[in-house]
Design a protein around this ligand. Structure first.
Ligand code: FAD
Length: 328
């Protein structure tokens, strides 16, 4: 065994996090009784379009997602009485739930397993010097496929703050904003995916009919479809907290040559940095252009930290107000 001394610990050790348990952070929530089958299969007859096949048959849900190398991911609700996961069970689920217009022939079940949905959020994502990220902090139904993305966003939100505290001279209080920004999103995500799962697995015929009609409308391309995409992609997340400046906390759509590096960026309206006349700040800040009328200071994780009038003095003052400029 090796012993390491560190100022901070980031617990990203998954659903059964030993770190979370050892520091005594609660992980309240529920475990749903519904069993799901998760399998990687090889099939004949799966069309390339639509990319994802989702059906709600009387017997339950079936989701088929084509994968590279002629494979497909199959997820289906299943009866817990079907203990053995064997090709016969997968074939039966396909026969019962795939559209009859789609003659699917199972060639092989490459891997298969079963899972149950847990819906839990840690009481806090920070306890003193320990920070929780990913499934150690929140776990939810895979409906919508957002678990990994959310964990990556936790890491992005946290990494620049830790770097600023450890190497950039920022006050430790900056780390409080990690829990403040990420915890409400985790709680909202668990509630949202729980609703999605309940809708997907509902069995009462009248309600199922309402669901199918609504989903057909969403699938046909509508404002509801755009909203759902924005929600599931998590691109609409905002950390907005400043009523005086609605841009603060919003996500900046990456663009131009400033988009692909992880660091602080200042965006100036129109002509770009040369036209702003502002003194170039520390090399740690990159420059870019924006359509906004104000100069915009973007955090390393892509969210607006502050804005100001685009004059050189204002920009200079905004940069001096930064908690810390971490090296990129
Ligand atoms: C059926 C299913 C489908 C999913 N589909 C999607 C999807 O389409 N899109 C999506 O974004 N997410 C999806 N997810 C969720 C996604 O898989 C998880 O959210 C993600 O893997 C969590 O990553 P993590 O790093 O936080 O935890 P984990 O992936 O659980 O990693 C934790 C790691 O910590 C290690 N570890 C634990 N304890 C210790 C220890 N004491 N010492 C050393 N190492 C330790 C473990 O070995 C493991 O490697 C799905 C989940 C399920 C169950």
């Amino acid at each position: 065994m090796r012993c390491l001394r560190a100022r901070y610990v980031v617990a990203c050790d998954g659903l059964h996090s030993g770190v979370r348990d050892r520091i005594g952070v609660g992980f309240p929530g529920t475990d749903k009784p519904q069993d799901f089958l998760l399998a990687t299969v090889r099939l004949d007859g799966l069309p390339g379009e639509p990319r994802v096949l989702l059906t709600f048959a009387p017997g339950g849900v079936l989701l088929l997602v084509p994968l590279p190398d002629d494979e497909a991911r199959l997820i289906a609700t299943r009866d817990s009485a079907d203990t053995a996961i064997e090709p016969g069970l997968v074939r039966r689920l396909l026969d019962e739930r795939a559209p009859s217009s789609l003659p699917l022939a199972l060639r092989e079940v490459r891997r298969a397993g079963s899972y149950r949905v847990s819906e839990r959020v840690a009481d806090s994502m920070r306890q003193h010097r320990v920070l929780l990220a990913g499934d150690a902090a929140h776990v939810h139904s895979p409906a919508g496929g957002q678990g990994m993305n959310t964990g990556i966003q936790d890491a992005l939100n946290l990494a620049w703050k830790l770097a600023a505290v450890l190497g950039g001279g920022a006050d430790e209080g900056l780390l409080d904003s990690y829990d403040k920004e990420r915890h409400p999103l985790a709680a909202a995500l668990v509630a949202f995916t729980s609703q999605l799962t309940s809708v997907a697995t509902m069995t009462q015929p009248a309600l199922a009919e309402v669901r199918d009609t609504a989903l057909a409308a969403v699938g046909a391309g509508s404002a509801a479809s755009d909203l759902l995409s924005l929600r599931i992609s998590e691109l609409g997340i905002s950390y907005g907290a400043d009523p005086g400046d609605p841009l603060v906390g919003t996500r900046v759509v990456p663009g131009g040559d400033w988009a692909h590096r992880y660091g602080w960026t200042i965006l100036v309206p129109g002509a770009g940095p040369a036209g702003s006349g502002a003194p170039r700040p520390a090399a740690a800040v990159r420059w870019g252009c924006t359509d906004a009328r104000r100069a915009v200071l973007v955090r390393p994780d892509g969210y607006v930290h502050a804005t100001c009038l685009p004059g050189p003095e204002e920009i200079d003052a905004m940069l001096r107000g930064l908690p810390a400029l971490t090296p990129t």
